[in-house]
Design a protein around this ligand. Structure first.
Ligand SMILES: C[S@@+](CC[C@H](N)C(=O)[O-])C[C@H]1O[C@@H](n2cnc3c(N)ncnc32)[C@H](O)[C@@H]1O
Length: 375
């Protein structure tokens, strides 16, 4: 089957992909099931239920089943890609390592892995692990040495004339963008943000290109494709998502100017107190004090501070010292440390570290041949 126009199929992607002509798509974006293996419901401390991915489409018998499925759809993806085409696949720690293994086994050539850093992640409610604040995208060419589309200049312009990096700071899909049903519940548990798909599509396709998404869900890839003047084929097996995806896309009109519409505010990189310790701006044992020297707190190796037998974060300790009604205050401004005979606010050290770790003007390594010479 040859597909030229925007088309949405309801059915199993393996069966439908098999019917599409070889080497007919320019780019594939795939957001496959994660196989999260969540068995029990998750609750917040206030006992409200947390939205998780417990959908039947995410369930597989075991890793063997998941691997077989992955191998099958990736093999079809490889057949359908034009020689100059690229594939993007997104996953979490549950599945991304398996995806990477099968991509390389099938001869795809990995160009980058991109970290989608969620600026507003869900907390780890149980406090038993780190808050899971990112997903990984793998971007690959069909094979080693293949030519492929990369709109380097477009992305650089988008990024205030700095080379686009592989860490993308984009919020999870929320607010008006999140599709809701008539009861106000989310239509889909894993709707991706449009900003993410706009960036992927503007990076690796040209106007008029054909994009395939075998796990269409609410059609985020189709929506971004239509906005940016690309064509798409979507495949989704759950009928419940088809109508919301169609409605969403039909209401959109292509954007008049891509550059105007994909700008997002440049986030300020976050520096934690622990990072000041890791970078020796403050050392375990140092004494922090407020401007008037009323309180003195000793820095501990785990990033907390201690006064008498009380051990807290810099923010909670600042609140205590100021008899604040709230649990936490701004420890960056409150606490100071002696540096070369003068009292220096932690906030100043934080700014210095940020400038060091995330310099405003970065060396354009695209043109640098010997990177060993860089500081
Ligand atoms: C992670 S979600 C994709 C979400 C989508 N990117 C969005 O922004 O809404 C995976 C989707 O793949 C669909 N799916 C799972 N297995 C499938 C299969 N064999 N064929 C087609 N769709 C499938 C699920 O129903 C689910 O909607």
């Amino acid at each position: 089957m040859i597909i030229t126009e925007n088309t949405l199929f309801c059915g199993d992607c393996l069966q439908i992909m098999r019917q599409i002509k070889d080497q007919s798509v320019d780019m594939i974006f795939a957001d496959p099931p994660y196989f999260m293996q969540l068995n029990t419901p998750l609750y917040r401390p206030d006992t409200t239920r947390v939205y998780t991915v417990d959908d039947t489409w995410d369930k597989f018998g075991n890793f063997g089943h998941y691997d077989r499925f992955t191998l099958q759809w990736l093999s079809e993806a490889k057949r359908l890609l034009k020689p100059t085409g690229t594939l993007w696949v997104i996953g979490s720690y549950h599945n991304v390592f398996r995806l990477g293994y099968w991509l390389q086994t099938l001869g795809f050539w990995i160009l980058n892995d991109v970290i989608w850093h969620k600026t507003n992640p869900m907390p780890n409610f149980k406090g038993t692990r780190f808050s899971n604040a990112h997903e990984t995208l793998i971007w690959c060419a069909k094979e080693k040495g293949a030519r492929y589309t990369f709109n380097y200049e477009t992305l650089k312009t988008f990024n205030d004339d700095l080379q686009m990096r592989s860490d993308w700071h984009i919020p999870i899909c929320n607010g008006k963008e999140r599709l809701k049903n008539k009861d106000g519940c989310r239509v889909h548990s894993t709707q991706k943000p449009l900003a993410l798909l706009r960036r992927i599509i503007s990076a690796s396709t040209n106007a008029g290109d054909l994009i395939l998404d075998p796990f269409f869900g609410t059609g985020t890839s189709g929506a971004a494709a239509k906005e940016l003047g690309r064509r798409f084929i979507g495949i989704e097996k759950e009928t419940d998502y088809i109508l919301p995806a169609c409605e969403r896309i039909s209401h959109l009109t292509p954007l008049p100017n891509i550059q105007e519409t994909i700008t997002e505010q440049k986030p300020i990189p976050r520096i934690s107190f622990g990072m000041l310790l890791e970078n020796n701006y403050v050392k375990p044992g140092d004494i922090l004090t407020d401007k008037k020297h009323h309180h003195h707190a000793r820095v501990l190796a785990d990033g907390s501070v201690q006064i008498n037998r009380l051990k807290l974060s810099i923010h909670k300790m600042a609140a205590r010292c100021q008899n604040s009604l709230s649990e936490s205050a701004n420890g960056w401004i409150y606490w100071h440390v002696m540096k070369n005979g003068t009292l220096c606010p932690l906030d100043e050290l934080r700014c210095r570290l940020r400038e060091k770790l995330f310099p405003e003007k970065e060396t354009d390594s695209f043109f640098v041949e010997n990177t060993d010479e860089l500081p």
